[in-house]
Design a protein around this ligand. Structure first.
Ligand code: CO
Length: 505
């Protein structure tokens, strides 16, 4: 690299690091807001937050950053597109363009509409009536369409929104995968319902003292590789995982002393996210090479640990005897096959966040179909409830009694998050495909789990995914790791292999 480009690169990376540090400050006060902040601090906190958001935006959209990127794009730094500097320049360009292409007026209007939208949506959730929400949702859609036009896209304006969450993903590619998945999954869900078999889920809702749940959760998340010398576990209402850079990744959970599954699988889920963050390459912190790929890939990590590992039979062969020491009142005399079945209860349910790993994907595909239709204008906002209920009945065999447990149960659309939902199902599908590959390379993973050995899988994920930062887009990463593009087949095979014996199919 020429001396002048070298200087431009150092300047760009230094500025990138400043933005990353400011963003980390913002993430830290948000973490505090969602865990320990006193109620009366809300107004002052909002001011702190908006000041930081403004500083971050100004720093990152400084025209000097654009100049540095352009200079580097004309240098030999981008010769090898998968080399560290080329990846960083490509990704700085992408974020810079996305931050500068949308007019300030539109950014502000969107912020206002979504903040109002969430308020009115919350009211609707309590009353079950959303008529007041309709005009706001229409407004949000209009603004998001304008935003898509400002950002640009190749085939479909929805693709521009997907870029916020799953860079490189397109409506065409997601439809290809979902269209193969949907009919097989609907058939399988109906077979499970028709089997009439049900686990005894009362095992899960016995008395599980909170302090013991915390100790057990910390122990198991440590066993799968979450590093508590570089992280914490705290309590919140809506669990999440956040990071402030190398050495500080925080997970959260919500305990219910009469439900073992909620906090436990939540902790493992968030620890899966946390293990990804802790595995990002420290030397690239502050540049895109030190960042995660996409929400879908992030979710593939949490879902793999939560479902494919922690809801597997060998996992409980290993951990149930230990759990019995923590929870003797609840678990003495409980057989591992009964406990395993109880944590894998599949049933059609109305609420997405309570869904099991089989039906969950249907909840997502339904939302993807709905938001495609109303974003393109094919479906009017006032017709969403009818269309939702009809599809829901077809997929799940049940129908919601009102829109609060139906089409408007999630906060996403009111917050303007259109294009977000598909990343949840993509995460599941990536997880299944990665797991098959890990097993090919490492040998029988279930044998390892039954001996309490999780480091081979964790180290494999570190090497193949976490340490790669943003080198590849999600779809490409999948091809590089597994040799194939994303398919629903590994997921379907996994679900059938696990649930057919449980439900006698
Ligand atoms: Co998650």
């Amino acid at each position: 690299m020429k001396k002048k480009s070298q200087k431009a690169k150092e300047e760009l990376y230094r500025r990138g690091k400043d933005v990353a540090n400011l963003s980390a400050c913002q993430a830290l006060i948000e973490w505090d807001e969602r865990t320990y902040m006193p109620l009366k601090a809300a107004d002052q906190r909002a001011e702190m937050n908006s000041l930081l958001a403004g500083l971050i935006h100004d720093k990152f959209t400084d025209p000097k950053i654009g100049d540095l990127i352009s200079e580097l794009e004309n240098s030999d730094a981008i010769k090898d597109p998968e080399a560290v500097d080329a990846v960083n320049i490509r990704e700085f360009r992408r974020s810079y363009d996305r931050a500068t292409k949308v007019p300030k007026r539109l950014v502000e209007e969107l912020a206002r509409a979504t903040s109002l939208g969430q308020g009115v949506w919350t009211k609707g959730r309590h009353s079950g009536h959303f008529e007041e929400f309709y005009p706001l949702l229409e407004q949000i859609l209009k603004l998001r369409k304008e935003q898509a036009e400002a950002l640009g896209y190749k085939d479909d304006p929805y693709d521009a929104l997907l870029e916020d969450y799953e860079p490189g993903a397109t409506i065409a590619e997601i439809s290809r995968v979902f269209d193969g998945f949907r009919p097989e999954l609907v058939k399988f869900v109906h077979a499970i319902i028709d089997s009439g078999k049900r686990p005894d889920v009362s095992l899960i809702t016995r008395s599980y003292p909170t302090e013991r749940q915390e100790m057990f959760g910390e122990m198991v998340s440590t066993a799968i590789g979450f590093d508590y010398t570089a992280g914490r576990l705290d309590v919140t209402t809506h669990p999440f995982c956040t990071s402030f850079g190398p050495g500080d990744t925080r997970i959260t959970t919500h305990y219910d002393p009469n439900n073992f599954a909620k906090a436990f699988f939540g902790i493992i889920h968030e620890a899966g996210h946390g293990i990804y963050d802790q595995g990002l390459p420290v030397e690239h912190w502050g540049t895109p090479m030190g960042e995660f790929v996409s929400l879908g890939i992030h979710e593939s990590q949490s879902r793999m640990w939560e479902n494919m590992v922690a809801r597997s039979r060998p996992f409980w062969d290993n951990f149930l005897p230990i759990a019995k020491c923590f929870f003797p009142d609840a678990l003495t005399g409980v057989k591992v096959e009964d406990f395993y079945f109880a944590v894998n209860d599949v049933r059609p349910s109305l609420i997405r966040i309570e869904a099991d790993e089989v039906t969950y994907n249907l909840h997502i595909m339904l939302r993807f179909e709905m938001e495609r239709a109303f974003f393109s204008g094919d479906l009017k906002v006032r017709d969403i409830p009818g269309a939702w209920n009809e599809k829901f009945k077809k997929y799940f065999g049940i129908a919601p009694r009102n829109d609060a447990e139906g089409c408007f149960q999630d906060v996403h659309w009111s917050a303007g998050y259109i294009g977000y939902f598909p990343t949840y199902a993509l995460g599941n599908l990536y997880a299944a495909q990665f797991f098959v590959q890990a097993e090919k390379e490492l040998g029988n993973l279930h044998d390892m789990f039954s001996r309490g050995e999780f480091m081979p899988l964790k180290n494999w994920l570190n090497e193949k995914i976490h340490s790669q930062g943003k080198r590849y887009r999600a779809g490409k990463l999948c091809e590089v790791i597994t040799g194939k593009r994303l398919s629903h087949k590994p997921m379907m095979k996994y679900l059938k292999g696990k649930y057919s014996p449980l439900y006698g199919l």
